[in-house]
Design a protein around this ligand. Structure first.
Ligand code: SF4
Length: 194
């Protein structure tokens, strides 16, 4: 049986949405990953942001009341997934509202999938239901509301199964066809076919 460290992480899933090959490198060839400036900067920004978030009024999250928790660990063995959620609001009427802080100026599709993955984990782990969540863009201090629709759930679950299968079979996926993305990728030197 897999231990928790072997479960796919929500961050893996976000990376998979960006480029499946990044997850292949990290999971199947984990020794090659360099530690980047952005990783350290992201960690510092998240820690700083939690102090600021604690002062935000809860009505910013479209709810009149609720209990806020920060740095919430989530794990589901049936999903084969784990993650650490920046913030979650539990409302008295049984809803959970995940909030994910991003060191980005706009919300990408991979960020939406990451938020949906947190929603799946929250529902798997409790009796709470998730209808929507937020991406908090740190550089602009903007909250972006994301509806956790059936379609977004389906896309996220499909991607989760694909990523788990890729890792289990250790199959290197094809490169992405977005040239600009590869130019900025930290794994560029390992991809000789782009
Ligand atoms: S260089 Fe391109 S194909 Fe290779 S891992 Fe990075 S984004 Fe993916």
């Amino acid at each position: 049986m897999l231990d928790d460290s072997q479960l796919l992480t929500v961050t893996d899933l976000k990376q998979y949405a960006y480029c499946p090959r990044v997850v292949y490198y990290e999971r199947c060839l984990p020794h090659i990953r360099p530690r980047t400036y952005m990783m350290d900067a992201g960690k510092d920004a998240h820690e700083h942001e939690q102090d600021r978030a604690a002062r935000r009024t809860i009505t910013r999250y479209d709810t009149a009341e609720g209990e806020r928790r920060f740095n919430v660990p989530l794990v589901s063995r049936p999903l084969g997934l784990r993650g650490l959620l920046d913030e979650v609001v539990f409302t008295p009427d049984g809803k959970a509202i995940p909030v994910d802080y991003k060191l980005a100026t706009s919300a990408g599709n991979n960020h939406r999938i990451q938020l949906a993955a947190y929603a799946l984990l929250l529902e798997a782990d409790s009796l709470y239901r998730v209808e929507y969540g937020y991406l908090y863009l740190i550089p602009t201090r903007k909250l972006v509301k994301v509806m956790i629709t059936p379609k977004l759930r389906d896309v996220t679950q499909t991607m989760l199964h694909q990523a788990q299968t890729m890792i289990a079979l250790e199959q290197m996926p094809p490169p992405v066809d977005r040239v600009g993305q590869c130019a900025a990728c930290e794994f560029r030197r390992f991809c000789n076919d782009v």
